[in-house]
Design a binder for this molecule. Structure first.
Ligand code: ZN
Length: 296
């Protein structure tokens, strides 16, 4: 399959990356970074998560962040929601789009939500239906789509059934997440094509982590099968709650650079994103997993 002329990189650093940091990042800094990412050409950004502040204190300022952003037309921001209350909170901020993401694994689901897969999934589908009813667009995600740290490989039947149910519930975008970074290139040849065959015109996005160093290799393998939307995080920030010292999402700058070398447009100013990564690295006093932001 020929490579696409352009790919869309969806910035998830302000959610997947920030939520992993124990040190509190000031709200004003988060807003400044997100505004810089918008100016750097990112057109879709996951800016926060509506989760109980006791569970993830870093996300306690979700409302303040959304109120503080000046989002130009052509840019879409969204937030992760974890329960019905989160859907309501997101809607009250004037946000137009939310993500509901559920695990394909029983054990991961129980540890993460305290519910069995069946219960968590039924609740998630109700959340999607409610969000649609009150006028929100919904991105619906499958966590652990490429494997679970507790259960190993996850059955394709389940992934397919989840995606089909999401589409029936009115999802506007489908994402498959390699939550624990277990995907390998062979999985990319097998799983995304099956999902693409049922998503049709509904946008399909891959959320890859670089836990075992295969993030960009998997990205290349997925490009080969027709995937053209990828979640990335500035500097490759973030980690994995199941693997100590693990790397985070694939890096926005490294992925944009890879695309640039193949003549594939992303519309992203790599230097400008790298500036955000370096600013955060010096504030947090750590090095993120990405490579390019430290070279330029
Ligand atoms: Zn993630």
């Amino acid at each position: 399959m020929p490579y696409p002329e352009s790919v869309t990189l969806i910035e998830v650093g302000p959610r997947d990356g920030f939520q992993f940091e124990k040190q509190n990042i000031p709200t004003s800094m988060k807003i400044d970074i997100i505004n810089r990412l918008i100016r750097a050409g990112l057109t879709q950004i996951q800016v926060t998560s509506f989760v109980h502040p006791d569970r993830v204190p870093q996300m306690a300022d979700a409302e303040l962040i959304i109120a503080g952003l000046d989002v130009p037309s052509g840019v879409s921001i969204d937030a992760l929601v974890l329960n019905m209350k989160g859907v309501e909170r997101a809607c009250k901020t004037g946000l137009k789009r939310v993500e509901v993401s559920l695990s394909a694994s029983d054990t991961h689901s129980r540890k993460n939500t305290g519910m069995t897969f069946d219960d968590a999934f039924a609740h998630g589908v109700e959340m999607i239906a409610h969000a649609k009813k009150i006028g929100l667009a919904v991105r619906a995600g499958v966590q652990c789509a490429f494997g679970c740290a507790y259960e190993g490989k996850v059955g394709m039947d389940r992934v397919r059934r989840m995606v089909e149910t999401y589409l029936t519930a009115g999802a506007d975008e489908i994402s498959l997440a390699d939550t624990t970074g277990m995907a390998v290139p062979m999985d990319m040849q097998r799983i995304p094509p099956q999902v693409l065959s049922i998503t049709g015109k509904t946008p399909f996005t891959l959320h890859l982590h670089n836990t075992r160093g295969l993030g960009l290799v998997n990205t290349m393998a997925a490009l080969d099968t027709g995937v053209s939307r990828f979640d990335t995080a500035m500097g490759g920030m973030g980690g994995c709650p199941f693997v100590p010292n693990a790397a985070g999402n694939i890096s926005t700058e490294d992925t944009a650079y890879l695309m640039q070398t193949m003549g594939i447009q992303t519309g992203i100013n790599i230097n400008a994103v790298a500036g955000c990564s370096r600013m955060l690295e010096s504030f947090l006093g750590k090095h993120f997993d990405g490579k390019l932001h430290r070279l330029i």
